[in-house]
Design a binder for this molecule. Sequence first.
Ligand SMILES: [Zn+2]
Length: 456
Amino acid sequence: MAVLVLDKRKQPLMPCSEKRARLLLDRDRAVVVRVHPFTIRLKDRVGGSTQPVRIKIDPGSRATGMAMVRESGDGIQHVLWLGEIAHRGHVIRDQLAQRRAFRRRRRSNLRHRPARFNNRRRSAGWLAPSLQHRVDTTTAWVRRLRRWAPVTAVSQELVRFDTQRMESADISGVAYQRGTLLGTQVREYLLHRHQHQCAYCHGQSGDPVLEVEHVHPKSRGGSNRVGNLVIACRDCNKVKENRDAGEWARDLAPARGRLDVARRHNAALVDAGKRPSLRDASAVNSTRWALFQALKAAGLQVAVGTGGRTKWNRQRLGIPKGHALDAACVGEVEAVSGWNRPVLAIKAAGRGSYQRTRLTRHGFPRGYLMRHKQVRGFQTGDHVQAVVGAGKKAGTHTGRLAVRASGRFNIQTPAGVIQGISHRHCTLTQRADGYGYFVQSKIAATETEEARTEAA
Ligand SMILES: [Zn+2]
């Protein structure tokens, strides 16, 4: 994992290798600024030459992938850093639902009050708190990374499919096969539109192989435009032969049996130009759009890409699936080098509850949290290293801390929670900042591990 570097005045320099960072620290030329992501500050350097660095973002509902790449002139992107933010939208949603229920429960005890509903005003760009959190967390991380690296531009995946370009493009010649960008996108788009189901039999033929099918056959002059394409199973495709969808429906007229009835019905619909709605496929996801606007408002050059292009890039370059690696493949990419590196898993954990009263299921007080969040100089969310000399919990435990009033803390390590560690054993490595961190090993390493277990 690349180490982020700041100069003497805390201005970002180009990230360096772990080996170089170790040398600098050993020679006392640098100090550690942060552990996650690992950042050092040079004691004796002011300014330095930097190269263009781009942050690439693949926003998702549960997790957002981020990659920092160095762009060289020949279009090759060298991956410097990979990260994956796990969002806590569902936690926020649940907490608000609980608050709402508690209030409702309490208010029902009161005297009669006239109905007051629909009395809230929402601005045009309003997002639910659980969605706004995704936008805020992602922009916060872009802001942080800009403090630690010489970022010059941002790329973001904005839409799934570029439906406009797809509808207008003449794809005859390049056709719709896998392998070309437009072809892959068209195929993905059709599969999504038909929900991975044959347009004629809706999966009733039992044939799992899905193909791109021409409603008006190619052999009879049917065009390659998206309007003339549907997804059909190989069985239906074969039975339909080189007939028009309408002709096929008429030939099936005295249909008997469920399969033929379904085929006749759907072929007539397809012939009449009825296709499943593309609304959700083409509509820009509101959260992604809000993120795009927020990044632009921060004064950044934002390039946008489509999900179809990301997937095409990833498959063409032979890169495995993953949020952070998807992010590295966003937008126009010639080649990606150095992608096989550890990923920093960043978990949005919040900063604890403001409310000090714990409630029962029905909203009545059950107990109280400590008035102060600090215990023996530690706070929940701090990252610590605990060295336990003897006993059942002997060893070195590194992770996120949860304080207890007793001074015997819990530590969340990648291997699980270690309970009852005395504050005396703990050394602070990084103060709580609302995130939990751990480093995911390289992709190849996990693959070989899998192969080894399969072999065993
Ligand atoms: Zn079929």
